[in-house]
Design a protein around this ligand. Sequence first.
Ligand code: KG4
Ligand code: ZN
Length: 336
Amino acid sequence: MKVLGIETSCDETAVAIYDSEKGLLGHLVYTQTPIHKEFGGVVPELASRDHVRKTIPMVAQLLQETGLKGSDIEGVAYTVGPGLAGALMVGATIGRSLAYAWNVPAVAVHHMEGHLLAPRLEPNPPEFPFIALLVSGGHTQLVKVTQVGDYEILGDTLDDAVGEAFDKTAKILGLGYPGGAALAELAEKGKPGRFTFPRPMINRPGLEFSFSGLKTFAANTAREFGLDDQTRADIACAFQEAAIDTLVIKCRRALQQTGFKRLVVAGGVGANKLLRARLTAENAEVYFPRFEFCTDNGAMIAYVGCLRLLAGQHEDLKIQILPRWPLSDLALGSFK
Ligand code: KG4
Ligand code: ZN
């Protein structure tokens, strides 16, 4: 079954075609970052308008690149949440309408389920069950995954998501938006040990996270020591150490608690090299998606959509979005 996937939940327009027999046939990602950069964050209205401009031409380009016609597509999947309402509405409206025009089923996809299952697009996919660490600009969650559609949230952040903390600290260091990757790069020039940031919440039992204190610590350190080049790099280094160390400690704890041996990492912060190195050194089978499937992409949406269509799930004719859809609501029952 060939499924077109459309992702427009935030500031990337992405499309992909996944074939249940041949795997991923092609995908395209267009990022709006240059549009939002000057505002220091995503401007929802500008995001929606740009998705309107880009989505259809990208679908046309993908069909051309894969040598397929609209009539070859057997289902259309699109992200309905969580995300920005206006942005989601663009993908949902286009996706639902294409499915109607092509007379094929449509299926709504949860953005975080996409991230969660993205490592299964790789040649050596993780088997179930596993613990997933979902780390993006909006999420920091540890999820117990027993099978497709069966997700139990073991831990969540009480305040900022880890990607958000990277972005806010990057802003303090004058690195622009989104600054996660730039901060990680700057950290490589830092002197380890000059500053030591706290590891939030590790002395309490449980798997909750809290990252807003780290950003405050970075701001206070900057105020005290100034922002010359070496100090900026040293702050970046200390922040990254503390944030990544906290994630690794909680992953270890989640694996111990469940007795699971596999860990799957997904979401934009999954591109962080220090996180990848530290987790790889843990006593577990660790799986990462390739870099381009860590951040938002259409491949993960086409893949999840295909699984759900094959399981018999599809949408009726109404166009619906769920901007605040919790992952825990995706019970096994809703997979049928
Ligand atoms: O999953 P994603 O593309 O978008 C959503 O939030 O859904 O994640 C984006 C987040 C941003 O906060 C960005 O700064 C962060 O991932 N990020 C990184 C790195 N690359 C992207 N954070 C730390 N290290 C990186 N190398
Ligand atoms: Zn995402």
